[in-house]
Write a protein of this length. Sequence first.
Length: 446
Amino acid sequence: MRTSSTSSRLLAATALVAALGLTVSACGGGSKDNSGDSGGKSSGGKTLTYWASNQGTSLDNDKAVLTPELKKFEQQTGIKVKLEVIPWSDLLNRILAAATSGQGPDVLNIGNTWSASLQATGALLPFDDATFAKIGGKDRFAPAAIASAGAAGKDPAAVPIYSMAYGLYYNKKMFADAGIAAPPKTWDELVADGKKLTKDGHYGLAVEGGNGSENIHHAFVLAKQRGSDWFDASGKATFDTPANVAAVKQYVDFIAADKIAAKGNAEYAQNQTITDFATGKAAMMMWQSAATSIKSHGMTPDQYGVAPVPTQTAGATGDAGVTSMVAGINLAVFKNSKNTDGALQFVKFMTSTPEQKILNSTYGSLPPVKEAQGDPAFQTPDLKVLASVLGSSAAPLPQVANESQFETLVGTAVKDLFADAAAGKDVTTDSVKAALTKAQQQMPAS
């Protein structure tokens, strides 16, 4: 999960890359060949550097999960992998700096929403048909996951490794105690239920209002349900349309007008939403693949349920029925790697069916590799709901070169509106439109 704490630096770095019109130079990057051996096994004795994203409960947890798998890869190939787990608050900054300098890791995790932006820098190895063939073929992956791996009409900039989707998590006991028989299917129902559940220091809903990426994800879905996008067909920003304004206002109103989320949620940016839900402070949350994190706080799977996020009207289909962005993590190869063959061997290993089962079951995510999806580990009630969402009601965020600026600017605008709501200021249609217009004016030309 990414936070917006470094938003200004992210914007500056992204703008720098765009201004340079960067194409990666031939000066090289990634790990050096430490063996001095140019013959024999094509990648034997070499070392890869891998930047992994924080998928577990902590950076140390990720190291504990990944290290045994990397040892397996070394035993199979003779290639050592130097692992660095990077928190989401730093990852995009680090990647953009590496893209600018031409000195980066060999293999790296990226948020799938960044794929088109990073693709535009030229820093990542394109996955054309020949490259896909080296890792076992493109058709092994779920189409929705591949759709979030780069701009339409271009070879993907990465391949999916972990897939996720948003669901509405709800506390069964709190619902029963409030006389609520089933999770809400529409937003009106969610607000009505939330008001019944908001009492005695407990709230109907928790939101991560200080987290720019979370804000973007929900604003995207709420706009999509209104038939709206944030960019036009040419890639030009269209932030302040009436539908987008209404979407953002609806989201901020959970604190501002509906008062079903605590004012303090406006500052949440480090997954405090999960803590509030797992400890019974909030009865509902909208989150992506949260089982592992919920369990770490002591809440058991029988104590909560997961349903699709509500829509404006019950039974909505098409864009009106979108309940999640296509969430997930992609695996990319840095174009300047001095060991591209070894890097692709590593991608093949990490996306192999056995590894997909191990990694995704450990992290509580869904495997984007189709062959792994039938494993019993992914047939739990919550994951079955999320898999259904990914397959039928999820849409990819705009795959445009300026997507990361969109996340930064609009995500921060929504964060500021939440802060206004928490401070008791009126959040009106006009104030939301003004905030989105300002964000749109700060976007670079497409």
